[in-house]
Design a binder for this molecule. Structure first.
Ligand code: PGA
Length: 250
C-alpha cells in the first residue's frame, strides 16, 4: 500500500506573510496528521520562511521549478542546491504551465529531473495531454513520449525517489475534472509503463498523483481508484480550510 500524498501547488500566489500564516495554520491543524504525506509548494520568495515554520513537522516543502544548471550566468534562475538550502525536499518538474507558457519540452524536463536528483531533491514529475490530443485519441501516445523522453537516463533508484503527477491539461484550473475512470485508465497505463521499464516492484511503490480541478468534493472518489495514490492540487490548495479538507478526505 502506498501512503497517499496530497500536494498543494500555489503557483504564483501568496506573499511571504500570507504563506507563513497558511503554513502555521496547517502545522497547527495537522499536529496529529492523518497517515498521508502532505506537501506544499509556495513561490520561491516564501520558501525559506515557510521552511522555518514547518521545521520539525511532518509537512514537506516543494519548489515549483528549478534551473538545470548548478550555478552560473543564468539571470533570474534558481538552482537545485539553492532550493535544498532553502529547506525544500521536492521540486515540481514539467508542470503543464511550464511546458505551455514557458516552452519547456520533454528534453528540458529531462534535464530538470536529472538536476533535481543531482541536488538530492525529489521530483514531482508532471505529465498530461491537452484537450486536442485527447480528442484525437492520442492521450496514451503523448503520455508515453513524455515518460520516455522525460525519464531518459534516469535509473530505477531515481524513480524510487520520485513522484509522478498525471494532470490532463484540459482539467487544470478549468473546474473540469477527469472522471475517476478516465484518470484511472491513464494512471494504470503509466504504472504499466514504469513496470516495463523499471520492474514491477518499482512500479508498485511509485506514488502517481492526479491533478486537475481536485476539490474537497471530488477527492474521495478519485482516491478510490486503485492507481490514484494522491493529488496535486492548485486552486483548492490556496485556502487552508479547503486544502485541509482535501488532506483529510475519507
Ligand atoms: P488546479 O491545478 O487544481 O487549479 O486545476 C492543478 C495544478 O496545476 O497542479
Amino acid at each position: 500500500m502506498i501512503r497517499p500524498v496530497i500536494a498543494g501547488n500555489w503557483k504564483m500566489n501568496k506573499k511571504i506573510a500570507e504563506a507563513v500564516d497558511f503554513a502555521s495554520r496547517l502545522r497547527y491543524d495537522l499536529e496529529a496528521p492523518p497517515d498521508r504525506e502532505v506537501i506544499i509548494a509556495p513561490p520561491f520568495t516564501a520558501l525559506q520562511a515557510v521552511a522555518e515554520v514547518l521545521r520539525g513537522s511532518a509537512i514537506r516543502l516543494a519548489a515549483q521549478n528549478l534551473h538545470e544548471a548548478e550555478k552560473g550566468a543564468y539571470t533570474g534562475e534558481i538552482s537545485g542546491g539553492m532550493l535544498s538550502e532553502a529547506g525544500c525536499e521536492y521540486v515540481i518538474v514539467g508542470h503543464s504551465e511550464r511546458r505551455t507558457l514557458f516552452g519547456e519540452g520533454n528534453e528540458t524536463v529531462n534535464r530538470k529531473l536529472r538536476a533535481t536528483i543531482a541536488a538530492r531533491l525529489k521530483p514531482i514529475f508532471c505529465l498530461g495531454e491537452t484537450l486536442r490530443e485527447r480528442e484525437e485519441d492520442r492521450t496514451k501516445a503523448v503520455i508515453e513520449r513524455q515518460l520516455k523522453e522525460g525519464l531518459n537516463n534516469l535509473t530505477a533508484g531515481d524513480i524510487g525517489r520520485s513522484l509522478l503527477a498525471y494532470e490532463p491539461v484540459w482539467a487544470i484550473g478549468t473546474g473540469r475534472t477527469a472522471s475517476p475512470e478516465q484518470a484511472e485508465e491513464v494512471h494504470r497505463f503509466i504504472r504499466e509503463w514504469i513496470a516495463g521499464r523499471y520492474g514491477r516492484e518499482k512500479a508498485e511503490e511509485l506514488a502517481i498523483l492526479y491533478g486537475g480541478s481536485v476539490t474537497p468534493k471530488n477527492i474521495a472518489e478519485l482516491m478510490l481508484q486503485q492507481d490514484i495514490d494522491g493529488a496535486l492540487v492548485g486552486g483548492a490548495s490556496l485556502d487552508a480550510a479547503s486544502f485541509l479538507q482535501i488532506v483529510r478526505y475519507e
